[in-house]
Ligand binder design. Structure first.
Ligand code: V47
Length: 347
């Protein structure tokens, strides 16, 4: 095995040259030490208040640009009604992210969070990607600190990992020019962590990036985690290819996808959870990934707009019963967790 203490990209990219089972065994050892035979999931609801966006990310099929001609803005009443019905079905985490809508006033965001929290005070709000924070910073001339404080004061409990894509500058120029840059993505999470809050980190892979870009991305997350300890989970998001403007011809094989998950587990010993997000991987591969370093598959979601717009089979979410059945069937112990990975019930 290569020297894992040599944290150069040139050295660590050689991990991809090992066969899948060598990497899988190494990743599974780390996973077993941390989580034994458990697979975590939660009862959550995704809410995307609008798809109208000033930015044009070429990989995105959700925003109302060109290929998706259905712009929408949910009213506050619609958001509250979705929250209420999901709450009644048992959802306790609300993952609220929007496109970068130029019509919203600054207060719109915080008013929504405050209203939801007042009505449902035992829920967890995971909201606002670093890309949205950066969008508000530029549009309303507010500092990151001010915006993050307003999030905290209006009831946001944690930040999701979206908007990270791939940190490499040249790839970012090609796929999401104009959106938050990598230094600022990391800076926003760092400030949030230093305020005492947690967040997640993602990596969008399987498009025009190289293996070196993935390794370098993972190492930058690791470096920030060494300083703050604020990341709860790392989520490698597999690129979905339909209905967008990124011309991609080479897609990673199942083996390369699993290797990427195993390598994430191996290179991020300081992040407790690796999420194999079933919405991008499909439930079957997400379950196989649990044998290759992952320990979480996300949750019931209920309504998924972003990945399903790109072709994923995740539009309607999955029931709690189905998740439990499938996790058991794969030979693991399903554990219902809260948003901070406290164990609620194991089945
Ligand atoms: O940042 C957009 C990605 C992300 C596509 O923190 C695409 O727990 C694949 O970040 N193919 C948003 N991915 C979703 C996200 C997320 C999801 C679940 C859990 C958490 C968490 C975070 O979706 C964006 C972007 O990287 N995305 N388009 C696409 N065509």
């Amino acid at each position: 095995m290569i020297d894992l203490d040599d944290l150069s990209v040139k050295n660590l990219v050689k991990l991809y040259d090992y066969d899948l089972f060598t990497l899988g065994n190494l990743a599974d050892d780390i996973r077993q030490n941390l989580h034994k035979n458990k697979v975590y999931f939660n009862m959550n609801r995704h809410i995307n208040p609008s798809n109208i966006c000033v930015d044009i990310c070429k990989f995105c099929a959700f925003s109302s640009h060109r290929k998706n001609p259905n712009p929408y803005e949910m009213t506050k009443e619609e958001i509250l009604s979705d929250t209420k019905s999901a709450y009644e079905r048992g959802a306790r985490e609300f993952h609220i992210v929007s496109a970068h809508n130029p019509n919203y006033l600054y207060e719109w965001y915080f008013d929504i969070f405050r209203t939801i929290k007042q009505k449902f005070n035992d829920i967890h709000i995971k909201a606002m990607t670093a890309a949205e924070v950066d969008f508000l910073h530029r549009k309303f001339n507010k500092s990151y600190e001010m915006i993050l404080n307003d999030m905290k004061d209006s009831g946001v409990d944690s930040m999701p990992g979206g908007g990270a894509e791939i940190f490499d500058k040249e790839i970012r120029e090609k796929i999401c020019k104009g959106k938050v840059d990598s230094d600022n993505w990391l800076k926003i999470h760092s400030i949030w962590h230093n305020m005492g809050y947690k967040s997640n980190a993602t990596m969008l892979f399987g498009h025009i990036e190289s293996k070196e870009h993935r390794i370098s991305h993972i190492l930058r997350i690791r470096e920030l985690q060494d300083k703050t300890g604020g990341f709860n989970a790392f989520i490698p998001l597999l690129y979905q290819k339909q209905n967008n403007f990124l011309n991609v011809n080479n897609f990673p094989s199942g083996i390369e996808i699993l290797k990427t998950i195993a390598i994430s587990r191996i290179l991020l010993p300081n992040i407790p959870n690796i999420k194999a997000y079933w919405a991008t991987l499909g439930l079957n591969l997400a379950l196989v990934a649990q044998e290759f370093g992952a320990n979480d598959i996300d949750g019931t979601i209920e309504k998924e707009n972003i990945q399903s717009a790109g072709g994923a089979n995740s539009k309607k979410g999955l029931s709690k019963e189905e998740l439990i059945f499938q996790i058991k069937d794969a030979g693991f112990v399903p554990v219902l967790r809260d948003s901070m990975y406290n164990e609620l019930t194991s089945f």
